[in-house]
Design a binder for this molecule. Structure first.
Ligand code: FES
Length: 646
């Protein structure tokens, strides 16, 4: 087996092995005969588009295979594609040595991962992890208490905490096993790491000498699409590095619902393992990077990890069944996860390190929203604020320091590249900025300045707003009867060409355009978000003008053009300084929780304080939604600045 030839361990135990290679990308791995190409690609560390989670419905996982394999004929492929040897990775089983080519259109691009977060300043870090350097008195025939009692006594003296007594300090077996040798070999000069939450204290590590300057933690945003992590020095609160990657669970489905469906069919174990693999990989990358700059951190010195994710991601991280999240009456297994130790979850840091997941309010308002609120500081303000986190689901929170109401609307994936013919995520080749000239020519900019392959959420908002402003589409989102080289008919549907075939990055050149169906799907998405905001305000008797701040969180929010979003009726037409973009609030909130017990206590109050409104059975929401599906809204008086332009 050569150097880059790895084994897919889960598949290898009993079955006959065959080799699958990906010559363009490099890896060659051994897998069990009968393994799907999609699974083999994952085992090789490669990502193939798999929007439907590998159930053979989306047709996005096209590959070209050469060798010994079997694949069912599918209507998702044209006869020309069948003749060219194209098959679906999720429907192709490897029977003997096989070579796989992944066309560019099937590759998951390098995503613009939102790592930036506007952190709320902490006066000084006060994490619940403490390190004490102790010089213990050597035992004698007279001073004959046990090693553990000796440590506890010295610790209590060093802590000078009147609320704690000896019996409150627990010590796990792993610490007890190493304690006698360590003390005796190092002259009773040791450093202990203590995790202390409220009245609970546990000795989680013992080291030789003085290591008090080495105290580290990790904060994590577990997104459905990406995972972002920061390594933090718990003594100073300083970030030592940030790393991010796709959530490997993507191969089991693009969005939350398809992951739940996957787990219903195959169980949660694979999804749990994938996210833990992700996290362990990112931790090791962070350590490697930091140590390459002349530092020395060991995994064992990481003693606290805080994670924020939506309710489904939190369930899958813990290996909990998410089935009832999607079923009426939408009940999660747990909202507030108890503290866990890293070894229980197989996180590769100090085995006794504490793991904390930010609490979720409901099945659809998760710990990521609790973290967003912490990051915005909405929970401490007298004035009324609105927080919007836009993803496939749009979560909205309205409130102040005294009360909060929240809801989640199924916004649809249009702004994330789904349900739009040339929609794609924000990766290389995605058109992110679009401008129309007066004679309806198009100027655009792509991510990475590479030839275009489609348009991402911000590109979609741009094109819709430009088409509307230039009166190419009417308030229903329908194309007006205008002639021009970019207005065409494709399969009996009117389309507007954004990039002509010759400009594109497709192997088989084709125009990139937006259809009336795409516009309809985008309008549904924007209508759902606006309707959810409006409904929350009306429920408690307020108007948009009563808001002090409108916080926009999440990856999509970060690239949002405020004026264009108002033009479409996605954001309310209010004074522009009310809008505050907080970036990756999920990461920022988990950072604050990692470093401050006060913030963790606030997080626990936030989720209890929120009143959740279920929209799926709310007729008022439906009426709001129908009114908001026009450009910018049925009630133009809500959008005075747009009315003036029109
Ligand atoms: S058809 Fe293969 S992943 Fe959807």
């Amino acid at each position: 087996m050569n150097d880059n030839k790895k084994r897919s361990e889960s598949e290898m135990d009993t079955a006959q092995l065959v080799t699958v290679s990906f010559p363009e990308e490099g890896p060659e791995i051994a897998v069990a005969k009968g393994t799907l190409v999609l699974d083999a690609a994952i085992a090789a560390g490669l990502f193939i588009n798999s929007v439907c989670g590998g159930i053979g419905r989306c047709g996005k996982c096209k590959i070209i295979a050469k060798g010994k394999f079997e694949s069912d004929r599918t209507e998702l492929l044209t006869s020309m594609e069948h003749n060219r040897g194209i098959t679906l990775a999720c429907q192709t089983r490897i029977l003997g040595d096989t070579e796989v080519q992944i066309p560019a259109s099937s590759k998951v691009g390098i995503h613009q991962i939102l790592t930036k977060c506007e952190l709320v300043e902490l006066d000084r870090p006060e994490p619940p992890i403490w390190k004490y350097h102790l010089t213990l008195a050597e035992p004698t025939l007279e001073n004959n208490i046990s090693d553990l009692s000796r440590v506890k006594q010295a610790l209590l003296e060093a802590m000078a905490d009147p609320t704690l007594n000896v019996d409150d300090i627990l010590a796990p077996m792993s610490v007890l096993r190493s304690l006698p040798k360590l003390c005796r070999e190092h002259g009773w000069d040791i450093t202990v790491t203590l995790a202390k939450f409220d009245n609970y204290a546990e000795l989680i590590n013992v080291e030789a000498g003085d290591t008090t300057d080495k105290k580290f933690g990790v904060c994590v945003d577990i997104g459905t699409t990406t995972i972002v992590m920061e390594l933090i020095d718990l003594n100073t609160g300083k970030s030592l590095g940030c790393s991010s990657n796709y959530n490997k669970q993507k191969i089991c489905g693009e969005d939350v619902l398809s992951r739940i469906l996957y787990s219903e069919e195959h169980g949660t174990e694979k999804l749990r393992k994938l996210v833990i693999e992700n996290i362990n990989y990112l931790i090791s990358e962070l350590i490697k990077d930091w140590n390459s700059q002349d530092h020395e951190i060991k995994k064992d010195e990481i003693s606290y990890i805080v994670l924020a994710g939506n309710t489904t991601m939190t369930h899958l991280f813990l290996g909990l069944d998410p089935t009832h999240i999607r079923r009426d009456p939408y009940i999660p297994t747990v909202s507030q996860v108890p503290f866990l130790n890293a070894h229980e979850l197989k996180i590769d840091i100090n085995p006794q390190a504490f793991v904390y997941c930010l609490p979720s309010r409901s099945s659809w308002v998760g710990g990521d929203i609790t973290a967003d609120i912490l990051a915005s500081n909405l929970q401490c303000q007298d004035e009324l604020s609105l927080l919007i986190d836009v993803g496939t689901n749009g979560e909205v929170v309205l409130g102040n320091k005294d009360w909060m109401v929240t809801c989640s609307c199924s916004a649809g994936p249009a702004f994330e590249g789904g349900e739009v013919m040339f929609g794609m995520n924000a990766s290389f080749g995605a058109i992110e900025k679009i401008q129309l000239t007066d004679d309806l020519d198009v100027k655009y900019k792509t991510i990475g300045n590479t030839p275009p392959r489609g348009f991402c959420g911000s590109g979609l908002i741009d094109v819709l707003s430009e088409l509307f402003t230039h009166k190419v589409i009417d308030r229903n989102g329908k194309f007006k009867s205008i002639a021009g080289p970019r207005l065409k008919s494709v399969d009996d549907e009117k389309v507007f060409v954004i990039a002509f075939a010759a400009e594109t990055g497709f192997e088989h050149k084709k125009d990139i355009y937006i259809t009336e169906t795409d516009i309809k799907n985008a309008l549904r998405t924007k209508a759902a978000i606006f309707a959810a905001c409006n409904l929350l305000l009306k429920t408690v008797g307020f108007k948009f003008d009563d808001l002090k701040n409108i916080y926009i969180a999440g990856g999509f929010g970060n690239y949002l053009d405020t004026e264009k979003s108002i033009m479409l009726g996605l954001l309310p037409d209010v004074s522009r300084e009310k809008f505050k973009f907080i970036g990756n609030g999920s990461l920022a909130g988990s950072y604050l929780t990692l470093l401050s017990e006060e913030k963790r206590a606030e997080a626990e109050k936030i989720y209890k304080k929120m009143t959740y409104i279920e929209l799926s059975v709310n007729t008022a929401f439906y009426h709001e939604f129908i009114s908001a599906i026009f450009l910018p809204h049925t009630d133009l008086s809500l959008f005075p600045s747009v009315k003036e332009i029109l």
